[in-house]
Design a protein around this ligand. Structure first.
Ligand code: ANZ
Ligand code: ZN
Length: 822
C-alpha cells in the first residue's frame, strides 16, 4: 500500500476544521478541575520568529496533554499591541501605528494558526482595542484613588534638540536615537505607580513560588534588594543641620573618615552658599547631572568627587570628617548621604586613594592581620571590631546590635530596613499607548476622568512628521477639554502609560474577555486563576513578572480577585541559536518559521523544536535535525498505513512472545512519556521514547506474520494519541483514517498497566580486568551511571577491587561493566 505524507494538504484541512468548529473553545465547568496554560503574549512586531515558535509549541503540548488528561484547559492568546516600534514605523514608513499594528496581528494570527496551536480564539485580546484599554484606564483611576498612582518630579532623559523626553531604550550610548544629540538629564513631572508599598510582600511571597526557577526568584529578590541596617544622624559643624545616612554596616562607624552626599542632595547648596567652594560644586553637579544612573553606579566607573569645605560630626566619637560630593552616591537610594568607610567599602577605598583621604581599619578578619599600610583593597567582610572604643573586641554582628542600641538611646539613630526597588515610572511622552485618564484644571488641580466617560480614546488624525514634537501635545481638539468637576476649560493629560501596564493584568482578562462591566468577571477569574503554567523568556524575569505580581496584589486588595500570586508555575524557555549565536537579522543566521513550515510542515517544525533540546536549555538549530524529524513522521505515516488492513477485523490469535513484547513496549512507552511530560517537561526524551516505540512496531510488523489485531490496535491507538500533542495535524488525519469520528483532541490520555509497564530484566555481567566476577539482575532500561554504580557496589566485586585504584570503568549498555584497576 502506497501512501505519501502530504503534510501541506493535511495541515490545511485540519486547521480549517478546527477553526470552523472552534474545537478549542472552553467555558467554566464548575466541579471539573481546571488548568490554565499561558504563554507570554507576543508584541506584534511583524512576523513570528523561532523563539515564538518554541514558546507557543511548548505551551501547546502542555495544554493538549492536560486536556487529554481530563482537565478543563484554558489556553488563550492575544497581542501586546501598544508600544514604540509602531510609532517608529509611523515615522520611518509613514504608515499609521494602528494600521501597522493590525497588519502585523493579522500576519501573526495566521502563522499561529498555521502552527496548529490549540487556542480558544474567541478569547483573543488586543490591548489597543478600546474595550481592553478602557479597563487599563479604569485600573489606573483605582490606583489613583488608593494613592498608588502619583505625580512627582523626577530626573529623566531629555534631548535638547528634539525637545522631548526619551525612554531609556531611546538613549543609545548617551545619545538621542533620532538626532544623535547628547542626552541630558532633566527634572520633570512624571507619573509613578507605588510598587514600593508592596516591596516587602513581593519579596516574601517569592518563597511560596515553588514552581518558579530559582534564578528568576533570585533576580527578583536582588531587584527588590532588601537590606538591613541603620539610619544614623550626623551633624554639620558650625551649622544647625542634621544629615542622616543609611548604612548596612553600623559596626564600621568608627572607621568613617569622610562623608559623602549625592550631588543632587537638597542640602548641598546651603552648605556651600557664599563660600569659595560654591563654583566648583556647581560645576561638579552639572557634570554629574548629565550621567545616567547606570554609568554612575557601574563598578568600572572612575570615582569622582568634590570637596564642599564643610565637615560632619560623627555621633559616636564626635570626630570631624570632611563632606564631599561623589558621583556614585545616588539621591534615590537610602537618604542620599553616606558615611564613607574606605577600609571596608571598595568604592570608598578607591575614592580615598584618589583624593588622599585617610583610611582607618576598624574590622579585623579573624586570623589575618590587616593594616592600613598594606591594604590593596577594602576588606568588606565581617570580623572583630578594633579601634572602636568600648565596642572593640565585639564581633561585627554583635557590634551592629550594640551600636544601634547605643544610637537609639542617644536619639542619634535607629535600625532600618531598606529596599532598592523604586517606584515604577509609568508615564511616556508617546502617542501609541494607553492615554492616562486625567485632566488638569486651574481650579481643581488633577481631576480624574469619570468612569462613565471612559475610555479616553486616542485621536487617530495625528501628524508624525513634525520633528521632535510628540503628536498629542499639539492636537488642540484632544488637549482642550472641560474639567469634569467645575466645567471650566481644562487640559487633558497627553502622556500615555508604559505598555508594561497593559501586560500586567491581561491574564485576568482572558478569563472573561468580553466582560462589559468590569476589567474581568470575578467569578470566572475565581474559577480559572491562578495560571497553572506560565511559559516565556527569561528576559522578563524582572520587569513583566514583577509588575504582574504587583498588579495582582493590588487588584486583590481592591477586592477584584482572590489570588495574590498570578502564576504558580513558571517555565523559562531557552533561546534558539544557530551557529552558536542567537538568531538575529544582523548576524544573518535567522531561520524563518514560514520557510520550515512550507518545506516540511508545521508538525515537523513542532517536533524538531521540542526534540532538539529540553525546554529550558538553549536550542541549537540543525537542518539535519529537522530532516530527521521529517523522516520520522514519514515513517509513522507509512507504518500506520501498512498496519491499517490488520486493524479492520478482530483476528483473535493467541498472544505469542512477539505480541507480548509489543504489549510491554506499549505500556512502558505510555509510562515514560507520561512521566517525561508531566513531571519534567522533558519533551525531548518523551519524543525519543516514542521513536523507540515506532522502531519496536516496525520490528513487529516485519517479524509477526499472523498479526494479533487486538494488540496491534492498542499499539496504533496509543501511538497516535501520545504523538498527537506534538504533531497534531498528522495524528488527526491518521486517527480519522483508522475509523474515528471525533477529533483525537477529545481522546483521553492512555493509562498504563503497571504489570505490563514493568521493565524487562537482564543479567548484568560484571568483570574486573576482563574476568567475569559477578552477575547482577537489573532492569533493562537502567542508565549507564546506574550500571556503573550497581557494579561497583556489589559485595563480590568490592573484594576484587579493594585496596586498588580504579583506573577506568567500561560500560556496555544493557550487557556488561568492566572495571579496570591499576
Ligand atoms: C557605611 C558602610 C561601610 C557601608 C561599609 C558599606 C560598607 P546596600 O547593601 O545595597 O543596601 N549607600 C547608602 N546609600 C547610598 C546611596 N544613596 N548611594 C550610594 N551608596 C549608598 O548598600 C548600603 C550601603 O551602600 C550603605 O552602607 C552605604 O555604605 C551605601 F564597610 O555605609 B555603607
Ligand atoms: Zn476644575
Amino acid at each position: 500500500m502506497k501512501a505519501t505524507y502530504n503534510f501541506a494538504e493535511i495541515e490545511k484541512k485540519w486547521q480549517k476544521r478546527w477553526d470552523g468548529s472552534n474545537i478549542y473553545k472552553v467555558f467554566e465547568e464548575i466541579g471539573k478541575p481546571k488548568k490554565y496554560i499561558l504563554e507570554m503574549f507576543p508584541y506584534p512586531s511583524g512576523e513570528l520568529h523561532m523563539g515564538h515558535v518554541r514558546n507557543y509549541t511548548i505551551g501547546d503540548v502542555i495544554a493538549r496533554f492536560n486536556k487529554m488528561s481530563g482537565y478543563n484547559v484554558l489556553h488563550p492568546i492575544g497581542y501586546d499591541a501598544f508600544g514604540l516600534p509602531a510609532e517608529n514605523a509611523a515615522i520611518s514608513q509613514g504608515v499609521h501605528p494602528k494600521k501597522w499594528t493590525y497588519q502585523n496581528i493579522d500576519t501573526m494570527r495566521n502563522q499561529l494558526k498555521s502552527l496548529g496551536i490549540s487556542y480558544d480564539w474567541e478569547r483573543e485580546i488586543i490591548t489597543c482595542e478600546p474595550d481592553y484599554h478602557k479597563w487599563g484606564q479604569w485600573i489606573f483611576l483605582k490606583f489613583l484613588e488608593k494613592g498608588l498612582a502619583y505625580k512627582k518630579k523626577s530626573s529623566v532623559n531629555w534631548c535638547p534638540s528634539c525637545e522631548t523626553v526619551l525612554a531609556n531604550e531611546q538613549v543609545k550610548n548617551g545619545f538621542c536615537w533620532r538626532c544623535d544629540s547628547f542626552v541630558e538629564k532633566r527634572e520633570l513631572e512624571q507619573w509613578f505607580f507605588k510598587i514600593t508599598d508592596y516591596a516587602k510582600e513581593l519579596l516574601n511571597d517569592l518563597e511560596e513560588l515553588e514552581g518558579w526557577p530559582e534564578r528568576v526568584k533570585i533576580m527578583q529578590a536582588n531587584w527588590i534588594g532588601r537590606s538591613e541596617g541603620a539610619l544614623v544622624d550626623f551633624t554639620v559643624k558650625g551649622l544647625n543641620e542634621k544629615i542622616t545616612v543609611y548604612t548596612t554596616r553600623p559596626d564600621t562607624l568608627f572607621g568613617a573618615t569622610f562623608f559623602l552626599l549625592a550631588p543632587e542632595h537638597p542640602l548641598v547648596n546651603e552648605l556651600v552658599k557664599g563660600t569659595p567652594f560654591a563654583r566648583e560644586v556647581e560645576e561638579f553637579k552639572k557634570k554629574i547631572a548629565r550621567k545616567s544612573e547606570i554609568e554612575r553606579t557601574s563598578e568600572e566607573m572612575e570615582k569622582e568627587g568634590c570637596f564642599t569645605g564643610v565637615y560632619a560630626i560623627n555621633p559616636v566619637n564626635n570626630e570631624e570628617i570632611p563632606i564631599w560630593l561623589a558621583n556614585y552616591v545616588l539621591m534615590e537610594y537610602g537618604t542620599g548621604a553616606v558615611m564613607a568607610v574606605p577600609a571596608h567599602d571598595q568604592r570608598d577605598f578607591e575614592f580615598a586613594q584618589k583624593y588622599n583621604l585617610p583610611i582607618k581599619v576598624v574590622i579585623q578578619p579573624e586570623g589575618i592581620s590587616l593594616d592600613v599600610a598594606t591594604t590593596k583593597e577594602a576588606y568588606i567582610g565581617e570580623g572583630v571590631m578594633v579601634n572602636s572604643e568600648k565596642f572593640t573586641g565585639m564581633k561585627s554582628s554583635e557590634g551592629t546590635k550594640a551600636l544601634i542600641k547605643d544610637l537609639e538611646e542617644k536619639g542619634k539613630g535607629k535600625a532600618s530596613v531598606n529596599y532598592r526597588l523604586r517606584d515604577w515610572l509609568i508615564s511616556r511622552q508617546r502617542y501609541w499607548g494607553n492615554p492616562i485618564p486625567v485632566v488638569y484644571c486651574d481650579r481643581c488641580g488633577i481631576v480624574p476622568i469619570p468612569e462613565s466617560d471612559l475610555p479616553v480614546l486616542l485621536p487617530e488624525n495625528v501628524d508624525f512628521t513634525k520633528k521632535g514634537i510628540f503628536p498629542l501635545i499639539t492636537l488642540e481638539e484632544f488637549v482642550n477639554t472641560k474639567c469634569p468637576e467645575c466645567l471650566s476649560p481644562a487640559r487633558r493629560e497627553t502622556d500615555t502609560m508604559d505598555t508594561f501596564t497593559c501586560s500586567s493584568w491581561y491574564f485576568l482578562r482572558y478569563t472573561s474577555p468580553h466582560e462589559e462591566n468590569a476589567p474581568f468577571n470575578k467569578e470566572t477569574a475565581r474559577y480559572w486563576m491562578p495560571v497553572d503554567q506560565y511559559i516565556g523568556g527569561i528576559e522578563h524575569a524582572v520587569m513583566h513578572l514583577l509588575y504582574a505580581r504587583f498588579f495582582t496584589k493590588v487588584l486583590s486588595d481592591l477586592g477584584l480577585c482572590q489570588i495574590r500570586e498570578p502564576f504558580i508555575n513558571l517555565l523559562t524557555q531557552g533561546m534558539v541559536i544557530k551557529d552558536g549565536a542567537k538568531m538575529s537579522k544582523s548576524k544573518g543566521n535567522v531561520v524563518d518559521p514560514n520557510y520550515i513550515i512550507s518545506k516540511y510542515g508545521a508538525d515537523t517544525a513542532r517536533l524538531f523544536i521540542l526534540f532538539a533540546a529540553p525546554p529550558e536549555k538553549e536550542l541549537e538549530w540543525s537542518d539535519q535535525g529537522v530532516e530527521g524529524c521529517y523522516r520520522f513522521l514519514n515513517r509513522v505515516w507509512k507504518l500506520v498505513h501498512e498496519m491499517m488492513p490488520f486493524l479492520k477485523d478482530e483476528i483473535d490469535v493467541e498472544m505469542d512472545k512477539t505480541d507480548e513484547n509489543l504489549k510491554h513496549m506499549i505500556h512502558r512507552t505510555i509510562k515514560r512519556v507520561t512521566e517525561d511530560i508531566e513531571e519534567r517537561f522533558n519533551f525531548n526524551t518523551a519524543i525519543s521514547r516514542i521513536m523507540e516505540f515506532v522502531n519496536a512496531l516496525q520490528k513487529y510488523n516485519e517479524e509477526r506474520e499472523n498479526k494479533n489485531s487486538r494488540v496491534l490496535k492498542e499499539a496504533i491507538n496509543t501511538l497516535i494519541v501520545i504523538l498527537s500533542p506534538f504533531a497534531p495535524h498528522m495524528c488527526e488525519e491518521l486517527w480519522e483514517k483508522i475509523g474515528n469520528k471525533e477529533s483525537v483532541y477529545f481522546e483521553s490520555w492512555p493509562s498504563f498497566d503497571e504489570r505490563w509497564a514493568q521493565a524487562e530484566e537482564i543479567n548484568l555481567i560484571v568483570q574486573v580486568n576482563g574476568k567475569v566476577r559477578d552477575k547482577i539482575v537489573v532492569s533493562a532500561d537502567i542508565t549507564k551511571e546506574e550500571m556503573e554504580n550497581q557494579a561497583l557496589s556489589s559485595e563480590k566485586i568490592k573484594k576484587y577491587v579493594e585496596g586498588k585504584q580504579v583506573k577506568n570503568v567500561i560500560v556496555v549498555p544493557g550487557r556488561l561493566v568492566n572495571i579496570v584497576t591499576a
